[in-house]
Design a protein around this ligand. Structure first.
Ligand SMILES: [Zn+2]
Length: 230
């Protein structure tokens, strides 16, 4: 994916802020991070983690975002790249895994351009439910089935969920959630929060608000004869 560079990058205030952050992070990185290769990927796959880390480091050095990069691999070839660009875009969900998934999806489905008027319906092909799968439908869109993702750090819950939606087969990640917390990104608490009932969540949630209204769209999906499960 070719990066595009909104004007925000030239904002000196943001540059100063990020440089300070990067220095702090660099100091932490040289201090206490022990190299503890647990379940290290096979040698032939190391180059994918190297590319994910290269993307992550580039994002730090250019002030685009946090130190997170990801690549998606299909049949031994990188088909998607992503890096965190939250600072560059001001978009809180501009995470490496999300952008790698969008890049790979675009590569696999080049006619399905986001926002295009290519046509009605979908070009996603269907594949059968896997044996012993709890999947309630017999077929689903292929998405990124057959792909692997390599991430230099543990995925946050949003990105892990995106990986589920993508049907990616295997996740390789380097740094742990604890490592991520130590450089100031508190992804770990979200995993803990998701395990709690709605009323105990950190963010106020009102369930069952106008449920009947919401269900009207579900009914439309249910009534659609040619619906395409994904
Ligand atoms: Zn994420």
């Amino acid at each position: 994916m070719k990066p595009h560079y909104p004007d925000g990058l030239s904002n000196p205030t943001r540059r100063t802020f990020f440089t300070c952050t990067a220095v702090t992070m660099g100091a932490a990185a040289t201090g206490a991070f022990a190299a503890t290769p647990v379940n290290a990927p096979p040698e032939g796959k190391r180059k994918f983690m190297e590319e994910a880390t290269r993307l992550a480091t580039e994002s730090v050095e250019k002030g685009w975002g946090g130190p997170f990069g990801a690549v998606i691999v299909k049949d031994g070839e990188i088909i998607g790249r992503g890096q965190n660009r939250v600072l560059l875009t001001g978009c809180p969900v501009y995470h490496a895994e999300i952008t790698a998934i969008m890049d790979a999806s675009h590569r696999l489905n080049p006619k399905a351009l986001l926002g295009s008027d290519y046509g009605a319906g979908t070009i996603l092909d269907m594949i059968p439910r896997e044996p012993n799968s709890p999947d309630p439908v017999p077929q689903r869109a292929r998405m990124l089935k057959g792909c692997e993702i390599y991430i230099n750090g543990a995925p946050c819950p949003m990105c892990m969920s995106a990986i589920y939606w993508s049907r990616i087969d295997h996740v390789y990640f380097g740094a742990s959630l604890e490592d991520t917390s130590r450089i100031g990104f508190d992804d770990a608490f979200q995993y803990e929060d998701f395990a709690k009932p709605w009323e105990k969540r950190r963010i106020a949630v009102t369930p069952n608000f106008e449920r009947d209204k919401g269900l009207e769209a579900y009914q439309a999906w249910d009534n659609k004869k040619d619906r395409h499960p994904y």
